[in-house]
Design a protein around this ligand. Structure first.
Ligand SMILES: [Zn+2]
Length: 447
């Protein structure tokens, strides 16, 4: 896995404690002689270069043009930058998956991402050499940059709403970066000329989602401290902007490499206490906090509940509640305090923290800030094994994760809060009749 990136790729230089974000750190700009805002990056000089180029491209949509332009004028470093990426500069476009909110493709961006200005060539220097062969690659390209394209349903009717997710993503990305961590970086926007659908271009997370990597976490238990430290700091960045993620689950957490876990998919990200459109409840059932199921406003503490479920999955190696139906009965049980069964041998302090995260009472849950401090400490105490040779592979005979046919892991709509509250507030709990299948199953609805 380590050979996918050369040492000078920017992710490998994600700063750690020793990197103080002080402009002195990055030396002086060779053009204006003022301190650089990042390694080989001068915001002032570069924004002028971007502005001069505004007349040479357009997305065909004024909102998108403005969004990209603003990112270019305000980029403190290469990865706060978005570009308009013409569709014909993308090749080997391959369908990957259909999520709750859109379709995802993998592709190669032929030009690669800007890393800085090449004064000799008087042009942008780009990172375009991370091509490695994979089974989807039809051509023999040596140069290019692997990306993910995400098309949103109905992006034909483009408006401010469509861009909202990406604006929030970029804001959170910038805030996370200033906390020395990173959400999955956005690179730009493109448009399929046939469907006219706009698609967002992101860095390709080669190692997949946490869901696909849970077993390796089980066999390498020290991984979880670093991984949870990463995502707690990212969550802290989101919460510090008074935003909530709103759909925090193992499919939305992506491994850039096996030791860098990043939050993606801010499709449900919004201001604290702000309802979704039409006041509807969305999510993946095992990660939705009981108070949210009961129709209460979504708060930061609801994200922390999901975090607690993720903590459990890091110890079990399986998605929470994967072997039972995600039905109304499960909603009731969650509201009455049912949680995944603690895995034997889990560190007692870890169990205690996890239980606080998934407490029925949102006020008793820790903040993302507190979580990041604790995991920072635990990551130092129990460092993850980075030497590939010493890491423990998932054994060939490891049991496969068995999913119940009615366990759903894409975001869906939950519609039965009123009924749930009625039952929970009645004196005697109604024992749901297993024979009434329809009644039980109609709980999460396709978006
Ligand atoms: Zn300068």
């Amino acid at each position: 896995m380590n050979n996918k990136y050369s040492d000078n790729d920017y992710i490998s230089c994600i700063p750690h404690e020793q990197y103080v974000r002080d402009s002195q750190q990055y030396g002086l700009c060779t053009e204006c002689k003022k301190p650089n805002t990042w390694i080989n990056w001068c915001m002032e000089c570069y924004s002028k270069k971007f502005r001069q180029n505004f007349c040479n491209w357009t997305s065909g949509n004024e909102h998108i043009d403005k969004f990209i332009q603003e990112s270019q004028l305000n980029a403190n470093c290469d990865y706060e930058l978005l570009e308009w990426i013409p569709y014909d500069r993308l090749s080997d476009i391959t369908f990957l998956a259909k999520g709750g909110f859109g379709v995802i493709y993998e592709a190669i961006w032929l030009d690669g991402r800007i890393i800085n200005w090449d004064t000799e060539k008087q042009d942008w220097k780009r990172k375009d050499t991370n091509i490695y062969q994979n089974e989807n690659l039809k051509s023999n390209r040596k140069n290019g940059f692997w990306v993910i394209l995400k098309s949103l349903n109905n992006s034909l009717n483009i408006n401010e709403d469509f861009l909202n997710e990406w604006k929030l993503h970029l804001r959170c990305q910038r805030r996370a970066w200033s906390n020395y961590t990173s959400l999955i970086p956005l690179l730009g926007i493109t448009q399929d000329p046939d469907t006219k659908n706009y698609m967002v271009v992101m860095i390709n997370a080669f190692d997949g989602s946490l869901r696909n990597n849970l077993l390796i976490k089980k066999y390498n238990p020290n991984d979880k401290f670093r991984n949870l430290w990463d995502i707690s700091r990212q969550l802290k960045a989101i919460h510090s902007l008074n935003l909530v993620h709103g759909d925090f689950h193992n499919g939305n957490l992506l491994y850039f490499t096996d030791n860098v876990l990043m939050i993606s998919d801010l499709g449900l990200c919004r201001l604290v206490n702000n309802p979704n459109k039409n006041n509807e409840i969305y999510g993946v059932l095992p990660y939705i906090a009981p108070e949210v199921l009961r129709g209460k406003p979504y708060t930061k503490a609801a994200d922390i509940y999901s975090f607690g479920i993720i903590m459990w999955e890091m110890t079990s190696g399986v998605p929470a509640f994967c072997d039972i139906p995600h039905d109304f009965n499960l909603c009731l049980n969650i509201c009455m305090g049912d949680r995944p069964k603690i895995i034997e041998g889990t560190m007692p302090e870890y169990v205690e923290l996890m239980k606080r995260c998934w407490d029925n009472d949102p006020k008793k849950r820790p903040t993302a800030d507190e979580l990041s401090e604790i995991f920072d400490e635990w990551d130092k105490k129990y460092p993850m094994e980075k030497d590939e040779e010493k890491r423990i592979p998932v054994p060939d005979n490891a049991p496969e994760i068995k999913y119940h046919l009615k366990a759903y892991y894409t975001s869906k709509r939950f519609t039965r809060s009123v009924e749930l509250n009625k039952i929970l507030s009645s004196e005697k709990i109604v024992i749901l009749n297993d024979n009434n299948e329809d009644e039980l199953n109609e709980c999460m609805i396709e978006i």
